[in-house]
Design a protein around this ligand. Structure first.
Ligand code: MN
Length: 493
């Protein structure tokens, strides 16, 4: 994947100046190429309406291009950009920078001033993007400043997530769990806003795929389990329940082959609609999340979307992303924390420890005991996000948290879990989350933070209600009210 680096200029100061602009522009693009987690493609300096329109149309049509960075080096009269920007469909970053950080005070003359006039050139560009209401992020500073490279990296990761959403297919085995409200939503609207399509695949197709898996494929997958996890003795080869592990491996192979066949990067299951499956898929789902697939339980395609986007935004970074669910609180004063888990499906990318493969009964679903990986998520900073459908728009609610080591061992807990302290504290976090109508299913990411989600929601025009260390219940409630008015007005009639 790549982003295009574009530089605006004009012919007013002659070819020598433009040649210097060309050199400086290549230099800045090369610095960004070295700093960002994707390719930065330098594009020839733009000096006319036609060239701008042509380039931004090309960017919109280029499948590998996930965004455009724009810099107005020597003033680029912004009427030239109106047509091009109106047709741009990719995320836009307005980088407000200058070729060099230091001014040569002893030699500075008008030629230097005319060459290095982004200080007002970028204001001209800012005017037109503001006037057009173009979605963009403005970043100011010299590229040698790590904060600038860091913010552009955040933007680039969000652009990769945006691209993943635009090209995503989500398949659902089974519909929504009956009567649950927050996991429902407008799938057509989601395809418009995020790009992801969501379609049902019959659970009978999965049953048939499970039956069709070759024993040799099961053998290979079981060998991976032996390499990567500590198996409960009853699940190990020769153990009395080894067949349950082999069946779980069979489910993993079948799910992955169906996802590949449907070109899907995310999926959901439903424990009430398992057809002839013998187990609810547990370890299979956990491992597919670890391979980068998005997942939501109980038909929750919106969380599947978020988990997939988080996987892509955080690719290559330490940590991971998973479906999560707020389960149980410790409300002791001074030690408040949340125990999050799911009935089975938490992604092992959240731990650097060696998970344990275990088999336990499941009180719901009415099938054989499912195999699952059990572990505690690594301590460290993380962000939770949840996606709610508010009828006229989607809202992403976020909360910055600190994942902690469980305060005491939890030997009887038969599922993977994370324990965290939400910011600014549990009561404010919970009050704000509930006031915002945030869901109980979330995506927990330890690889990326709130900044990536802020950029992603900006790119998709989605409301982002973030609860962090500076949040108070009163101001957050006001923010939700203002957002309600804003998103209705911004949408137009
Ligand atoms: Mn659930």
């Amino acid at each position: 994947m790549e982003v295009w680096f574009t530089t605006g200029s004009q012919h007013l100061y002659g070819p020598e100046t433009l040649a210097r602009v060309d050199q400086n522009s290549r230099r800045i693009a090369a610095a960004l190429d070295a700093a960002l987690p994707l390719k930065v493609i330098w594009k020839p300096v733009l000096t006319s309406k036609d060239a701008i329109s042509r380039l931004l149309t090309e960017a919109s049509g280029e499948p590998n291009c996930v965004g455009v960075i724009a810099w107005m080096h020597t003033f680029s009269p912004a009427k030239m950009w109106v047509n091009g920007l109106a047709g741009l469909t990719k995320p836009l970053a307005h980088l407000h920078t200058q070729a060099d950080a230091a001014l040569p005070w002893g030699t500075i003359d008008m030629d230097f001033m005319n060459l290095n006039q982004a200080a007002h050139g970028d204001r001209e560009f800012g005017y037109i993007t503001a006037r057009l209401g173009a979605r963009r992020t403005v970043m100011a500073g010299h590229v040698s400043d790590p904060r600038v490279a860091g913010r552009l990296t955040t933007w680039a990761r969000a652009a990769l997530g945006w691209h993943a959403a635009r090209t995503m297919s989500i398949i659902r085995f089974g519909d929504n769990m009956r009567n649950v409200a927050v996991t429902e939503g407008d799938k057509v609207e989601a395809e418009f806003v995020f790009g992801a399509d969501t379609n049902t695949v019959a659970v009978n197709d999965l049953v048939a795929a499970v039956e069709a898996v070759a024993d040799s494929q099961v053998d290979t997958t079981v060998r991976e389990y032996l390499d990567l996890y500590d198996l409960a003795p009853e699940l190990a080869p020769g153990g009395e329940r080894h067949d349950s592990l082999r069946y779980a491996a069979r489910q993993e192979v079948a799910l992955e082959s169906l996802l590949t066949g449907w070109k899907a990067s995310a999926f959901t299951t439903n424990f009430e609609d398992l057809g002839a499956l013998r187990q609810l898929p547990g370890i299979a789902v956990q491992r597919l999340m670890a391979k980068g697939y998005g997942f939501g339980a109980e038909g929750d395609w919106k969380t599947a979307l978020l988990v997939r986007v988080a996987k892509v935004m955080g690719a290559g970074l330490p940590g991971g992303a998973s479906l999560m669910e707020d389960y149980t609180y410790n409300l002791e004063p001074g030690a408040e924390c949340i125990l999050g888990a799911h009935m089975l499906e938490v992604c092992p990318s959240l731990t650097t420890s060696r998970p344990r493969a275990q088999i336990h009964p499941l009180g719901i679903g009415g099938r054989e005991d499912p195999v699952r990986l059990v572990f505690s998520a690594d301590p460290g900073p993380a962000v939770l996000v949840g996606l709610s459908d508010l009828r006229d728009r989607f809202r992403v609610v976020g909360n910055t948290v600190q994942v902690i080591t469980p305060p005491a061992p939890v030997p009887s807990l038969p599922v993977a879990h994370a324990v965290w302290e939400p910011e600014p504290n549990l009561t404010t976090s919970a009050e704000c989350w509930i006031t915002a109508g945030g869901p109980h299913h979330t995506c927990l990411s330890t690889a990326i933070g709130a900044a990536e989600w802020a950029e992603f929601t900006e790119m998709t025009g989605t409301e982002f209600a973030l609860i962090d260390r500076s949040t108070t219940s009163g101001s957050f409630r006001d923010q939700l009210r203002w957002n309600q008015a804003y998103y209705r007005l911004a949408r137009g009639l």
